[in-house]
Design a protein around this ligand. Structure first.
Ligand code: NDP
Length: 447
């Protein structure tokens, strides 16, 4: 059940009408609008200047053909996207996703979320997102390189450190970013480091960027636990996914004294009561590009292909795989299993109905746009280092990340309180982020 304010209903109706079939984008917009009733009641100018309608319309959407030749000499054609959503706070900033499921609506939902996430960091970055329906998992290194080169051959003209700065996302890790940056450098004949983030440490990347989204999610969840006098120490934790975000969330939970008892990929999940062996998981996922099934076989651990990871009892759950992976049944299972905190490492992994189940049961829920903002925040720190031709130590950079996550938590908690919803991080995150973006838009006139 949505509680959309009547003043906002026509805006949502227009979004539905103008963007047919883009369910994930509708979902992301509704989630934000749901939180803004009290904000627009208090600040009428936002409605008068039609700021919300403007925010719901991307500044620019780029769709392009990506032709390339596979190892058998056959021509392949994929589709590339970059949705430059909002640059009122800084250059467009947001990752690129390579996954067969990517459609324009996927990239729009991610770009929309990114605008608010980036605003919450307090850093000078706008929001955008990109991707392609290319599947790197089924391809050789040579094929991935040729695809990335073709993708960048079109995209480069839209990028630049003052214009649009991509990073990685699902299916785009260090290998893909290397090929993308290499082609950008070659075409432009310029070493513009700050045009792409998540680069290798040896060629302009930042310490902690690889770890940042996972670490940041755990810092945020730790702040949430702190509000009920808790911490990760001694907690049982379930982390879905086993990619970049999941692996470094597991690492930080372990450092803080928690035990991660389950993780997954799209084929199944592994359960290990004594805790996941992170070194082996990293070896299998990051070096061998293997599967969770292989991890379970090597550890002789329980591996489940036909169930839900949320049935594994835990006190803290961190969904770190993909959108809409935690549904109401999963949420009810978490509640029954004693879960007290859910923080989203992935983007929009919890369905709106599942959020209601969790919040209704008193579970503290941290939405991705707040909880997983550590990745993009550290990307912005990478841009700072590139601009000053400097590179910071791991300790210093991690300190900056931790402070940013504390700041985001404070902003969300404080704004939720101000709008009469203490402990509601969804309202806090959406309202705080929206007002930062909206105020800048008002200041700049009708843009
Ligand atoms: P990776 O590609 O490194 O890992 C993705 C993980 O999620 C894999 O374990 C993958 O399993 C699983 N997964 C992907 N799609 C599905 C699906 N349809 N069903 C079930 N499992 C799936 O991506 P990241 O770790 O970088 O990203 C994970 C999430 O975090 C995404 O929502 C992303 O948008 C978000 N995020 C990432 C940031 C970053 O810095 N990387 C920053 C902020 C948010 P399999 O291998 O079987 O597909």
């Amino acid at each position: 059940m949505s509680r959309l304010d009547s003043a906002l209903e026509p805006i949502y109706a227009q979004v539905l009408q103008r963007n047919p079939g883009e369910d994930e984008f509708h979902q992301a917009v509704l989630e934000v609008l749901d939180s803004l009733g009290a904000v627009v009641a208090k600040h009428k100018t936002y409605m008068d200047a039609r700021v919300i309608e403007r925010i719901c319309e991307p500044e620019r959407q780029i769709i392009f053909r990506v032709p390339w030749v596979d190892d058998r000499g056959e021509v392949q054609i994929n589709r590339g996207f970059r949705v430059e959503f909002n640059s009122v706070l800084g250059p467009f900033k947001g990752g690129i996703r390579f996954h067969p499921s990517v459609l324009l609506g996927t990239v729009k939902f991610l770009g929309f979320e990114q605008v608010f996430k980036n605003a919450l960091t307090g850093l000078p970055i706008g929001g955008g997102k990109g991707g392609s329906d290319f599947d790197p998992k089924s391809r050789t290194d040579g094929e991935v390189m040729r695809f990335c080169q073709s993708f960048m051959t079109e995209l480069y003209r839209h990028l630049g450190e003052y214009r649009d700065v991509p990073a990685g996302d699902i299916g785009v890790g260090p290998r893909e970013l290397g090929y993308l940056f290499g082609q950008y450098k070659r075409i432009t004949n310029r070493y513009e480091s700050a045009t792409l983030t998540g680069k290798g440490i040896g060629w302009g990347g930042s310490q902690v960027r690889k770890e940042a989204t996972g670490y940041g999610t755990v810092y945020f969840a730790n702040e949430m636990l702190g509000t009920v006098n808790g911490s990760f120490d001694g907690k049982t934790v379930v982390v879905s996914g086993s990619g970049n975000v999941a692996i470094y969330a597991i690492e930080k939970v372990q450092e803080l004294g928690g035990t991660v008892v389950a993780c997954s990929d799209s084929a199944g999940y592994v359960v290990e009561e004594s805790g996941i062996d992170l070194e082996l998981l990293k070896e299998i996922k990051e070096v061998r590009r293997g599967r969770v099934r292989e991890y379970a076989e090597e550890r002789r651990a329980k591996y489940v292909t036909d169930g839900s990871i949320w049935n594994v009892p835990c006190q803290v759950a961190l969904p770190c795989a993909t959108q809409n992976e935690l549904d109401p049944d999963g949420a009810r299972a978490l509640v029954a299993g004693g879960c007290v905190v859910v923080a989203e490492g992935a983007n929009m992994p919890t369905t709106p109905d599942a959020v209601r189940v969790l919040q209704g049961a008193g579970v503290l829920f941290g939405p991705g746009k707040a909880a997983n903002a550590g990745g993009v925040a550290t990307s912005a720190l990478e841009m700072q280092q590139n601009a000053s031709r400097d590179s910071w130590t791991f300790e210093y950079t991690e300190g900056r990340l931790a402070a940013i996550m504390r700041g985001i938590h404070e902003r969300c908690a404080g704004t939720a309180e101000e709008y009469g919803e203490p402990g509601n991080y969804v309202v806090g995150a959406n309202a705080a982020a929206f007002m930062r973006v909206a105020d800048a838009m008002l200041a700049m006139g009708v843009i």
